[in-house]
Design a protein around this ligand. Structure first.
Ligand code: ADP
Ligand code: NI
Length: 214
């Protein structure tokens, strides 16, 4: 197995699938998540190849981008086999990408260190200045308002209801983004989440100050 060649073919595969997505899953999201995962993986002494591959492929099977989750998973499996990834790695990569989404608010926890790392990296990219930008981009793509005083954040909702519901961009901070800090798995992830969390808090505070003309 030539890991370097596989990584570069996987980058190309991910780029081809996601480069024109405008709902927050574009290639640069994948690029950033892969870099964050790599950085954490070095510190945690984790399997770099597994982290990088799972990060590169983590959104390809997303049900939003496929007719069903099964179709998406098959697409990833077929690709991995076509570039001669060992069976053991195919299973490990698929295990990570099928269990890491926010669905269920982080339950059940990831089984492997590499899964924890890629999940942290994906969550970190949903936070901070970039997370704010992605939230408004996603909201715009879904025709959601920026904010509406009468549309309150959802308390508890299953993943399907959550995805189908029309909410507002500002609600998303309360429904997901402010919860991410507590869900970090690794020490490095926790550390990186701190400043991103604070920045989002400040942003929302300023947003409401302006809204109320304070
Ligand atoms: P990922 O698994 O990469 O975080 P998601 O599909 O959950 O992908 O979300 C893509 C981006 O859009 C993320 O930045 C996320 O916070 C944001 N997002 C997801 N759902 C909503 C929503 N209902 N309203 C606003 N932004 C959202
Ligand atoms: Ni992602």
């Amino acid at each position: 197995m030539n890991k370097e060649s596989i990584i570069s073919q996987t980058k190309e595969f991910a780029y081809q699938h996601l480069h024109d997505d405008a709902s927050g899953h574009d290639w640069w999201h994948i690029h950033r998540v892969t870099n964050i995962a790599h950085k954490i993986a070095v510190i945690e002494n984790a399997d770099l190849f597994l982290c990088e591959m799972a990060a590169l492929l983590h959104d390809i099977a997303d049900e939003k981008l496929n007719t069903s989750e099964e179709v998406g998973i098959k697409k990833v499996r077929d690709f991995l086999l076509s570039v001669n990834v060992d069976n053991e790695y195919v299973s490990k990569i698929l295990e990570i990408i099928t269990t890491m989404s926010f669905k269920g608010g982080g339950q059940p926890p990831m089984k492997t260190l590499e899964g924890m790392i890629v999940q942290d990296a994906d969550r970190l990219d949903a936070m901070g200045a970039i997370g704010i930008a992605r939230t408004f981009a996603y909201s715009g793509a879904k025709n959601q308002l920026i904010y509406h005083p009468d549309i309150k954040p959802a308390e508890k909702m299953d993943a399907d209801q959550y995805r189908k519901r029309k909410s507002t961009a500002i609600n998303h901070f309360y429904e997901k983004l402010f919860k991410l800090k507590e869900l970090m798995n690794t020490e490095m992830g926790k550390k990186m989440a701190e400043s991103r969390h604070l920045y989002m808090k400040e942003y929302i505070e300023t947003f409401f100050n302006e809204w109320e003309m304070k």
